[in-house]
Design a protein. Sequence first.
Length: 227
Amino acid sequence: MAETILIVDDEQHIIDLAKLYLEQEGYKTTSATDGKTALQKILHEKPSLVVLDLMLPQMDGWEVCRRVRAESDVPIIMLTARSDDIDRIVGLELGADDYLTKPFNPRELVARVRAILRRIAPRSQPVASAETAVTLDNLAIYPERRIVMVDGHEVDLRMKEFDLIYTLAQNVGMVFTREKLLDVVWGYDFAGETRTVDVHIAHLRHKLKGMRPVIDTVWGVGYRLDV
């Protein structure tokens, strides 16, 4: 069954352009032109992914994202007309998975949609009968079920947060540049927007507080996990 992408923008030509390219790739699409309608569609129609503009009538994209994250883990790609870091960082802090600055290349949008949906595909796969955990001191990661535990307690991580800690845990002591993490975890070139990695690492450090393996910052290079 084709995955459904909800496109939310108050500019109809942007919706039409995104629909054209996404449907050419086999996705189903639906749309909304204001924040309140978008929120209703997200919570009731449960799309596979949301492309969400920030500047919307009735309810802006930040508020839509905040309310959605209280109830759903649906992937969200935010659209912003400004190149300011603050827009992107706030969006990521509220739980967006990715962002694009308008005007955007519709082929890049399709690539990012495909990459995100490919990343979450393992969630729907059957659990292996003998799951192999990655265990580092008081940290345990179960990749098939996408579960992370610290001191025996499950920690609720979002998609990219899980992928980040799993990547680091599989390569203890190895230093990853931000660009390399973008390539491995996000699955495509983020065109130098490495602040995204920093935001997600900050989330991980907060959520995994008490974990004895340490996510170290290697200044001027990137990050590594040390035991």
